[in-house]
Design a protein around this ligand. Structure first.
Ligand SMILES: NC(=O)c1ccc[n+]([C@@H]2O[C@H](COP(=O)([O-])OP(=O)(O)OC[C@H]3O[C@@H](n4cnc5c(N)ncnc54)[C@H](O)[C@@H]3O)[C@@H](O)[C@H]2O)c1
Length: 340
């Protein structure tokens, strides 16, 4: 298939570009390029790129594609708080506009990167399936809920939207993100010899490797219409539903000799959700996630050491919020996150 991959220059996008190409698909990327150059290790091989802000995509950009994997977004809860109205513009309005243009251009399948953050402050320890109530607690998560609803309205005989509610990702990508829990805790272990959890460590946070997310997209891209049309799928593994304190213990196992410190302070993040990942494996049996948190923590520790990760790199290159703020302070990005 000819596939347009938005967000192709990001943490998940660089990994997904490789997985889709390995699957035999012809991939073209689309990205505004906020994180180009913010790389750990060698530059990744990249597909041809349409360098474009999602808000400016035109119908011509979309002609000739069989499918779109839509990842471009301000990509996490704290980022959404940077400028909620910009988050809604990019993550909601521009995403729904992209889907509408895609449908009009005859693009059949539209795979949307949603998130398990839609379950937000779930208030339960029960594992939530896709029919559970949504309880988003940030503009980021709310924007994902709105796009899922819009995609449902757009679904028809010729347009097959699928929402993949990804668990929190982990694992190596050349466009590393250090602002996601496992990647962050492994960095503290390697750089400080200590794993510090700045909360009481009790919230549930299901985890999934970046490569397994890419494999889920590949499987949904190739699945028959009746298996995926107008569906939402939680993407992850039941075994990797973990409390944050437990994630810290896994990191200590992967990086021997480090101590775990749970500060017990109030973290200000009410999100806690345990998730049931059964539906995707029943509907799309070709999807078989393989990466445990422990394997991912070992992979990350090895990559951090091999490529010489330092604290300043972590802050300046690999923390999404800090990098966008710095681009704004330098006058390169406007308030609305358009390039000047
Ligand atoms: N990483 C996770 O833990 C996780 C979990 C669940 C869902 N997701 C979703 O997966 C997607 C990718 O996440 P990621 O971790 O790779 O994030 P990322 O920040 O590394 O990548 C996002 C990419 O989108 C691009 N982008 C942002 N705004 C854009 C715009 N206006 N126009 C064009 N391009 C734009 C950025 O330049 C970047 O390359 C996001 O939609 C995110 O919400 C991620």
């Amino acid at each position: 298939m000819r596939v347009l991959l938005t967000g192709s220059e990001g943490y998940l996008g660089t990994v997904m570009a490789e997985v889709l190409a390995e699957g035999g698909h012809d991939v073209v990327g689309l990205d505004s390029g906020y994180f180009i150059g913010a790389t750990l290790g060698p530059e990744p091989e990249r597909p041809p790129l349409i360098r474009r802000d999602l808000r400016d995509v035109s119908a011509e950009d979309l002609t000739g594609f069989d499918a779109i994997c839509h990842l471009a977004a301000l990509s996490n809860d704290p980022l959404g708080d940077l400028a909620p109205e910009v988050t809604y513009d990019i993550n909601h309005a521009a995403s729904t506009r992209l889907a509408r243009l895609a449908r009009d251009a005859g693009v059949r399948r539209f795979l949307y990167a949603s998130t398990c953050s839609v379950y937000g402050a779930s208030g339960t320890d029960e594992a939530l399936d896709e029919s559970a109530p949504l309880a988003p607690v940030t503009p980021y998560a709310e924007s994902k809920v709105r796009v899922e609803a819009d995609l449902h309205d757009l679904a028809d005989d010729d347009f097959e939207p699928v929402s993949l509610r990804n668990a929190t990702a982990f694992g190596f990508s050349p466009r590393l993100r250090a602002d996601i829990v496992l990647n962050d805790l492994v960095a503290s272990a390697v750089l400080d010899g200590e794993v510090v959890v700045r909360s009481d460590g009790t919230p549930w946070r299901p985890l999934v490797h970046a490569r397994d997310i890419a494999e889920a997209f590949l499987s949904c891209l190739e699945a028959p219409r009746e298996a995926v049309h107008d569906q939402a799928f939680n993407v992850g593994m039941d075994s990797e539903n973990r409390r944050i304190a437990d994630i810290a213990e896994v990191v200590a196992e992967a990086v021997p000799g480090v101590a775990v410190r749970i500060t017990g302070e109030f973290g200000g993040d009410p999100r806690s959700y345990r998730v049931d990942f059964g539906r995707i494996s029943r509907a799309v049996p070709t999807f078989k996630p393989t990466w445990s948190t422990l394997d991912g923590a070992r992979e990350l520790a090895d990559a951090y050491r091999r490529f010489g990760l330092t604290r300043p790199m972590l802050r300046e290159r690999f923390t999404r919020l800090a990098r966008l703020r710095r681009l704004q302070e330098e006058g390169r990005l406007a308030e609305d996150l358009r390039w000047r």
